[in-house]
Write a protein that binds this ligand. Structure first.
Ligand code: HAM
Length: 412
């Protein structure tokens, strides 16, 4: 049985095949994400992986809706695997916002599903670090969030030479659009054409924009002017004050494909622009209101950072540490009559926090020792009798005999 295209198997290292993914690398990345979120005072939340289809068709926009993994369940409900976390977050916040002081700062690491054409950096399933701030309109919140984005990448040893956050504004594009076109129904179509500019042949973009009453040259002029709006300037100054100025630049190519964004938007890319976006986000001040049917109105902003492109970048820069299994102690049971006492020793050492392994069933001493070496254990421990244990450092080959009850202390 094969796995479905666009889905991944995660194996412990060393990896058995180049076509599989590292469970260790994934855990490494999740750990750094969680740690960065903690340093910024974000609390972790989660929601269901399956949601009513309607949650996504409300406001995510055609691009995501076209990629939904949806079906009708046995109770005749139209449902979809979550394609992004933001609608779920908006629903959860709207339901219980009174219980939380503002601004709410939450993060999650959901697995998301999109029925995309499988390509480099894009799969049908990925994990995404989501961090969002709810209940604050000031650009200080945008800067705080972008700072977290930058620091979560820096925590993985990436530098300003490896990635850049391209900062833009839906407001700037909205102004651009509405001074030239009065048909608001066309705005989202226009944003989508801008979003695709860099990935579409110029003739095609020219044609699309002309249909909407715009010229590609003029649009390019606006992008190249790169003048930050007052709002973007406030964000840039805030980041510069932290010493993060090198990590961010204004770039009006960015507009974001999702329909719900309302203000500053941004995307993180590798510096050489060889890979797809590492992360993307922005303000979505109307989504909570929309999803709550007008009951709750809270400004919000956030970003999502995927694990797929990030892993490609970390691999390309050689920034993944070696992932060895860590066995502190391998307990050798050479005399089967001492197995009960050995099990007690193993249990006590584990209770003291050590990673301990041993042969589950009787095995020859040389086989047990070989297994200890394969596991790269730091120590072996072997009971001489029920009172004394022989502890051997496998690197220095130093050996000591300790009282059974003193073994944990000695190892510490
Ligand atoms: P997004 O731009 O659709 O935004 O996704 C964010 C990131 O998730 C992308 O930059 C990319 O790294 C990763 N990603 C997206 N689709 C795939 C895929 N098919 N395969 C691999 N990686 C992928 C959002 O989802 C917004 N909800 C983010 C957000 C949170 N905005 C506000 N709060």
């Amino acid at each position: 049985m094969e796995r479905l295209p666009g889905f991944r198997d995660f194996y412990p290292e060393p990896l058995p095949h180049k076509d599989v993914w590292s469970a260790d690398a994934r855990q490494h990345i999740f750990g750094k994400w969680r740690e960065a979120a903690r340093r910024y005072g974000f609390r972790e939340y989660d929601g269901p992986p399956l949601e009513p289809l309607e949650l996504f068709t409300t406001k995510s926009g055609d691009e995501i809706v076209g990629q939904l993994y949806n079906f009708v369940d046995k109770g005749d409900r139209a449902v979809a695997l979550r394609a992004e976390m933001t609608p779920t977050l908006a629903r959860m916040v709207a339901a219980h916002e009174r219980n939380y002081k503002k601004p709410i700062k939450w993060f999650a690491i959901p697995q998301l599903f999109r029925y995309e054409r499988q390509q480099k950096g894009r799969l049908r399933e990925h994990f995404q670090f989501n961090a969002d701030i709810i209940g604050e309109t000031d650009p200080a919140a945008d800067a705080e969030l972008i700072s977290l984005l930058i620091d979560s990448l820096r925590a993985l040893e990436l530098t300003a030479e490896d990635f850049v956050v391209r900062l833009s504004s839906r407001n700037a594009w909205q102004d651009y659009f509405s001074t030239r076109c009065h048909d608001h129904a066309k705005a989202y179509e226009f944003y989508q054409a801008i979003d695709k500019l860099e990935r579409t042949p110029p003739e095609e973009s020219q044609k699309k924009l002309a249909e909407l009453g715009f010229s590609l040259d003029e649009v390019n002029q606006f992008i190249n002017s790169g003048q930050p709006t007052a709002e973007l300037k406030a964000i840039l100054d805030n980041l510069a004050a932290r010493g993060l100025g090198d990590f961010v630049k204004v770039d009006y190519h960015v507009i974001r494909g999702l329909a719900y964004y309302t203000g500053p938007v941004f995307e993180a890319f590798d510096r050489k622009s060889e890979l797809r976006a590492i992360a993307g986000g922005g303000r979505y001040d109307n989504l909570v209101k929309l999803i709550s049917g007008g009951k709750v109105n809270l400004p919000a902003l956030g970003f999502g950072m995927g694990d797929v492109v990030l892993l490609e970048l970390l691999q390309a820069r050689n920034l993944l540490p070696p992932f060895d299994a860590t066995t502190d102690v391998f307990v050798l049971i050479e005399d089967e009559s001492l197995r009960p006492q050995s099990l007690k020793l193993i249990h006590d050492l584990r209770a003291a926090g050590f990673a301990v392994d041993y042969a589950l069933t009787p095995a020859k001493p040389d086989k047990q020792f070989k297994r200890a070496q394969e596991l790269k254990a730091n120590y072996t421990a072997k009971l001489d009798n029920d009172a004394y244990v022989r502890i051997r450092n496998l690197k220095t080959r130093e050996e000591v005999v300790a009282g059974v009850n003193g073994a944990a202390n000695y190892l510490r």
